[in-house]
Design a protein around this ligand. Structure first.
Ligand SMILES: [Zn+2]
Ligand SMILES: [Zn+2]
Length: 328
């Protein structure tokens, strides 16, 4: 099969002809129709996440149909459309797994990082970590739901049920999905893009944000919570400054530049800062069920598989409105 391979950190992916994977026990073999590109893929390519398997087929937002079943598969059948997310496996036995925090598992596997992913014509995946996908979304539209959507949703959920005024810093793929969820649930969304990015601000307003500006501005009201989807550490103190007493700042990214020091007064009055790591399968089931009820508008830019490097570069340079999605 054709696949885009990462052979060495810091180098472009290479189009290669590799053996089609065989589904092992409990695994599905999928014909990949779409695989969305994520900022985490850039962090892996750049060596900011330091332990990828090599050579690696990246990609952890996979939409495919089941073409072969490994022994013992009972959750899916041939021909079904399936989504594969970042969380590709857990031990099920560590103290985190046992207390419902499998996103923090001591021995996890991650799709497109420790396991081969979806920048290819075929992919295999452990059925226990795959999802049924809601109808009403094309393959291209469904792919970004699997990380931008899922991890965006976990980030949003950790902002708490009482956050009426929600700030969203970094208006990329996760933000455009979560804005729609938040508006649907009756929250006020304040979007804060890169300063001067008026296209992103206009996009945010078109999706229901009641205010949009640059991250160097303060929204017109104090925020109950702020979600950060840009890998920029300076946004943490900026978001704290915009947050009301008792407010929470949640960072959704897997990697961020260093956070500059800031005065304790920004954190005082019971403000908090926290991060989000990975996802649990329950996050996935909840979010995909919601996406089945609320028809989310998903903006995508398709790229053929062999142009994965161009798609990654477009993401790096912030040239995309919505998600880059590879099709094989
Ligand atoms: Zn575990
Ligand atoms: Zn991702």
């Amino acid at each position: 099969m054709r696949a885009m391979l990462l052979e060495k950190v810091g180098q472009p992916l290479r189009l290669a002809d590799v053996p089609t994977p065989q589904p092992g026990s409990g695994q599905l073999l999928l014909r990949v129709h779409a695989c969305a590109v994520c900022r985490t893929d850039l962090h892996i390519l750049d060596g900011e996440l330091s332990q990828p398997r090599l050579p690696l087929i990246p990609g952890h937002q996979i939409v495919g149909t089941v073409v072969e079943l490994g022994a013992g598969v009972e959750r899916f059948s041939l021909g079904q459309r399936v989504g594969v997310p970042w969380l590709g496996g857990t031990d099920g036995t560590c103290r985190y797994c046992l207390r419902g925090q499998e996103n923090l598992c001591e021995h996890p596997e991650f799709t497109g990082y420790t396991l081969d992913g979806g920048y290819a014509e075929f992919a295999s995946a452990d059925q226990r970590y795959c999802f049924h996908l809601p109808d009403g979304y094309s393959d291209l539209e469904a792919a970004p739901l699997l990380c931008a959507g899922l991890i965006g949703y976990r980030t949003y959920r950790l902002a708490g049920q009482h956050a009426e005024r929600l700030g969203i810093y970094g208006f990329g793929v996760a933000a455009h999905i979560i804005t729609q969820v938040a508006v649907h649930q009756g929250r006020q969304v304040y979007a804060l893009s890169k300063p001067g990015d008026t296209a992103a601000q206009e996009f945010a307003r078109s999706l229901g944000a009641i205010w949009a500006g640059g991250s160097d501005e303060l929204p017109p009201v104090e925020l109950d919570a702020a979600l950060i989807f840009a890998p920029v550490g300076a946004l943490i103190p900026a978001a704290l400054r915009a947050t009301a007493k008792g407010g929470v700042v949640v960072s959704g990214g897997i990697h961020m530049s260093d956070i500059p020091s800031f005065p304790y007064s920004l954190l005082w009055e019971e403000r908090s800062v926290r991060s989000v790591a990975n996802l649990t399968r329950q996050d996935g089931e909840e979010f995909l069920s919601l996406a089945g009820q609320v028809r989310l508008h998903i903006a995508v830019t398709p790229f053929p598989l062999e142009l994965a490097n161009e798609a990654l570069q477009a993401l790096r340079e912030g040239r995309l409105q919505g998600a880059a999605v590879l099709t094989a």
